[in-house]
Design a protein around this ligand. Sequence first.
Ligand SMILES: NC(=O)c1ccc[n+]([C@@H]2O[C@H](COP(=O)([O-])OP(=O)(O)OC[C@H]3O[C@@H](n4cnc5c(N)ncnc54)[C@H](O)[C@@H]3O)[C@@H](O)[C@H]2O)c1
Length: 370
Amino acid sequence: MEKIITFSNTFFGRKVLITGNTGFKGSWLSLWLLKAGAKVVGISDEIPTKPSLFEVAGIEKRITHYFEDVRNSDQIKEIILKEQPDFIFHLAAQAIVSLSYKDPLHTFSTNVMGTASVFNALRHLEKKCIAVFITSDKAYENVEWPWGYKETDHLGGKDIYSASKAAAENVIHSFYYSFTRHMDNIRVASARAGNVIGGGDWAADRIVPDCMRAWSKNEAVSIRSPKATRPWQHVLEPLSGYLRLAEFLWHDDKLNGESFNFGPPSEITLTVEEILWELSKHWKYEDSSDAYKITDNKEFHEAGLLKLNCDKALFHLKWSSNLRPHELLAFTGQWYYEFYKGNVDMYDYTLQQINEYESKAKERNLKWVK
Ligand SMILES: NC(=O)c1ccc[n+]([C@@H]2O[C@H](COP(=O)([O-])OP(=O)(O)OC[C@H]3O[C@@H](n4cnc5c(N)ncnc54)[C@H](O)[C@@H]3O)[C@@H](O)[C@H]2O)c1
């Protein structure tokens, strides 16, 4: 096989601490970093779903893992000072919009104070450390305009989850200006991406996991808002952005304190129905009505279309997304299909998808891969 170098080998042999490593994105990020030769340390309060990619890919035995709540600031500081990481990716969050309506205080405390607790620990490190804080596209005040949000646009949210992510951005910004801006050893950035899909997500009230759970039992899934569009992307797309951003911060301080959007090209907006129909083909459905039923049942306010302008990532990081829509859906549909068939080792299969993702990036001359 052709040798591929990713992210200039920046993570090889380095210690990378990931909060939220038992979640959907955190598990993919752990596997990608292990593949890149990093030593991975994780902090999460629990394994949030059953099944989980964390368990089905046997991640716990390949990393150092701490079960800890990110809001426990003393314990978080103790772990970070003990582990002395070279990189931190902060992903731990209450990330489910519907849950934020059920428990707004828990969402605020986790997303806001959890971020403060991690940043507070970071500022006590005396060694070089790069931290990328993951917030969301929902951090932008959604004024429902048709063009993409830029990093300088207003933050804010009408719903709890969005507001908690906007508040997390304020925490990052204020800790940076108050504490680390003039520290030579600490460099930080925040990263904002939108809805991601891909194998191994079993979170509640997300359209793809809902489908996969139903299809695995030969049931049709009910969907509301079939014409709703989201800037869907594969989970590896923003992760490639986070890793690229960390690579740049490692090599110099030009982007220290900045925020970056990572999203698909703006012309790619698939409706929920288009997504489901394409995914269902990977499950060998021939008639869409066997796969999903449309019920128009909006229980809570959900923001309309929100697109990201990713020109800043293209300009500074030479980053753009990789997969075409049919590839995104093939990666996703096939992963779950293989999982539920039960014949393959999901660690190997997930790494195979990461290899394929890297090969496609190389064919397309993306700059993070050589
Ligand atoms: N999945 C998406 O479509 C999406 C879109 C935009 C932004 N994000 C953001 O990306 C990050 C990861 O999202 P995800 O989809 O992997 O979420 P997830 O729900 O799958 O995982 C969340 C992770 O955070 C951990 N966690 C939650 N509360 C915690 C606490 N108090 N202390 C310690 N750990 C805690 C969970 O155990 C889990 O490991 C989140 O910050 C989320 O807001 C996700």
